[in-house]
Design a protein around this ligand. Structure first.
Ligand SMILES: NC(=O)c1ccc[n+]([C@@H]2O[C@H](COP(=O)([O-])OP(=O)(O)OC[C@H]3O[C@@H](n4cnc5c(N)ncnc54)[C@H](OP(=O)(O)O)[C@@H]3O)[C@@H](O)[C@H]2O)c1
Length: 308
């Protein structure tokens, strides 16, 4: 895999001004989101990743407020849930997309977000939704627009329709799912890559009742041996090793925890480097297996319905 040559420090931001490590809010209740987002911002995170689908944006908004962090120092991403016929959730039209971000902003207690994403290409109306994101950017309700779980084919649909290029694409990215071709494509086309579920290979990932972490446990076992060995050699935790691996591949990384000590630990990834030889060993663990959505029986990158 290609080596990235970017400076990696606590104050580094990517091309759209996004701090390299963000705090994710999936699987937090609204009450937990309030406490953990505030804790994360107080610990030094300057980037929060939210979504309509996480059903906790009111809590996230309260947490941002409670932290006392100044709005222009922090980078807030949120996502549109596009609707998905297979799940019986209505697909959002252009107008509904515009209305949705306005409602999300009220819940987040913000005047604008820094990045608005279509959560996944799950709707036949995805080009219409993308046009609405372009309008939301024009209105200043979001500074940047992007997509999530879009493969090269889905991104090309947008470009072929003559619409604006997505500025970022948020995808599952860890050594078992290393998106080699898509990463190259995004780099060639200056689309900022954002990694989610960096910690999916670990046995501590989503272990609470109903979180779905047990899925594909058997394919992770061999990888866990290698990850453990390299982490011990570098004297860092396995979580930090995986986050740093994403950073050294040129990604911004997101990480969620409900525990204050882990929230602080996960931000502390700027004081060590993974040598090339160990990066290569981690790269070899790739199986192109998406884990994050697997408990729902869906791979969001492959579930797109045909366009109307
Ligand atoms: N666009 C998408 O489709 C999509 C999909 C998935 C995620 N995301 C975004 O990406 C964020 C991160 O992904 P994720 O939620 O899968 O989170 P993650 O950071 O990859 O993993 C979180 C899991 O690992 C545990 N954990 C956290 N820190 C740890 C540490 N230092 N040591 C050991 N275990 C640790 C957490 O448990 P505790 O909470 O108990 O600490 C939790 O079970 C999400 O919150 C969300 O914002 C986006």
């Amino acid at each position: 895999m290609e080596k990235q040559m970017i400076e990696i420090s606590k104050s580094t931001r990517n091309v759209i001004g996004m701090p390299l490590v963000g705090f994710g809010t999936y699987q937090l209740s609204a009450e937990q989101a309030e406490l953990c987002v505030s804790e994360a911002l107080k610990a030094g995170f300057r980037h929060i990743d939210s979504a309509e689908g996480y059903q906790n944006e009111k809590g996230t908004g309260k947490g941002i407020k409670a932290s006392g962090a100044s709005r222009d120092e922090i980078f807030i991403t949120t996502k549109l849930f596009p609707g998905f016929k297979q799940w019986g959730t209505p697909e959002k039209t252009y107008e509904k997309t515009i209305e949705t971000l306005k409602t999300q902003l009220q819940q987040l207690q913000l005047n604008y977000v820094d990045l608005y994403l279509i959560h996944a290409p799950l709707s036949e109306l995805r080009l219409e939704q993308w046009s609405a994101l372009m309008e939301l950017k024009k209105q200043g309700l979001t500074k940047h627009i992007g997509v999530s779980n879009y493969n090269e084919e889905r991104i090309k649909e947008i470009l072929d329709a003559g619409l604006a290029k997505p500025e970022a694409n948020q995808v599952e990215f860890h050594p078992i799912c290393s998106q080699i071709d898509l990463t190259k494509y995004m780099k060639q086309n200056s689309i900022a890559p954002i990694a989610y579920s960096s910690l999916a290979p670990l046995s501590t990932w989503r272990v609470e009742e109903g979180q779905g972490g047990e899925v594909l446990a058997e394919i992770k076992k061999e990888c866990q041996v290698v990850i453990k060995e390299i982490a011990a050699k570098l004297k860092v935790s396995e979580a930090k090793l995986l986050l740093r691996w994403g950073l050294q591949h040129g990604y911004c990384v997101l990480t969620k925890s409900s525990k204050p000590e882990r929230i602080r630990e996960n931000l502390n990834v700027f004081n060590f480097e993974i040598p090339d030889s160990e990066m290569e060993r981690l790269n070899l663990l790739n199986q192109n297996r998406a884990i994050a959505w697997a408990a729902s029986g869906l791979n969001p990158m492959e579930a797109a319905p045909v366009l109307k």
